[in-house]
Design a protein around this ligand. Structure first.
Ligand code: SF4
Length: 174
């Protein structure tokens, strides 16, 4: 029989983990299928960057019909790559990658992660540790609590104007 944590994990996505660090309201809206990402210019810029860079790599890999990663390389170990535009949300990017590494480990694959910031000419290498796995368990539980509760109140942050939900949250101010 599956543990409670396992059942929670199966419903969580990398985007959920990323939004947990960005904004709990955004996490709630996304997890309730209220999605506005296609219309957002910021998202379109990210998508263009994703198409224009690393052209020699086979991109948009889906693993076990569950997680979608930008590309992977087989070096001494499998390395999962995610292409990001800027480091403003670096913590969210890191934990999204840890989620992927945790998912793979759960299925018997030990992998490392690399965040690629081509516009900054930088990369960040990541490895999953026991401490981070414990931290992830707590994050998974908190995500479940947030998405099964009421819509969190809006709190204005400096990146709200770039968020796909900005008009939804602050239409009275536009
Ligand atoms: S606009 Fe701001 S408060 Fe609303 S979902 Fe986006 S980040 Fe959260």
């Amino acid at each position: 029989m599956k543990s409670e944590l396992m059942m929670i994990k199966e419903k969580i996505t990398g985007v959920d983990v990323s939004y947990y660090f960005i904004c709990h309201r955004k996490l709630w809206l996304f997890s309730h299928n209220i999605q506005m990402e296609n219309e957002n210019q910021n998202v379109q810029i990210g998508r263009q960057l994703h198409e224009d860079r690393y052209k020699r790599q086979k991109k948009d890999i889906t693993i076990l019909d569950t997680i979608n990663i930008d590309f992977l390389k087989k070096e001494e170990q499998i390395v999962i790559h995610e292409i990001k535009k800027s480091k403003k949300m670096e913590k969210a990017h890191k934990y999204q990658m840890y989620f992927y590494l945790d998912f793979l480990l759960l299925h018997g694959v030990e992998a490392k992660g690399e965040l690629n910031y081509p516009l900054l000419n930088q990369k960040v290498s990541l490895e999953l540790t026991d401490e981070i796995r414990l931290e992830l368990e707590e994050i998974y539980r908190e995500i479940k609590t947030i998405v099964s509760g009421a819509l969190p109140d809006k709190k204005k942050k400096n990146y709200c104007t770039k968020c796909a939900y900005y008009e939804f949250c602050f239409c009275d101010e536009i």
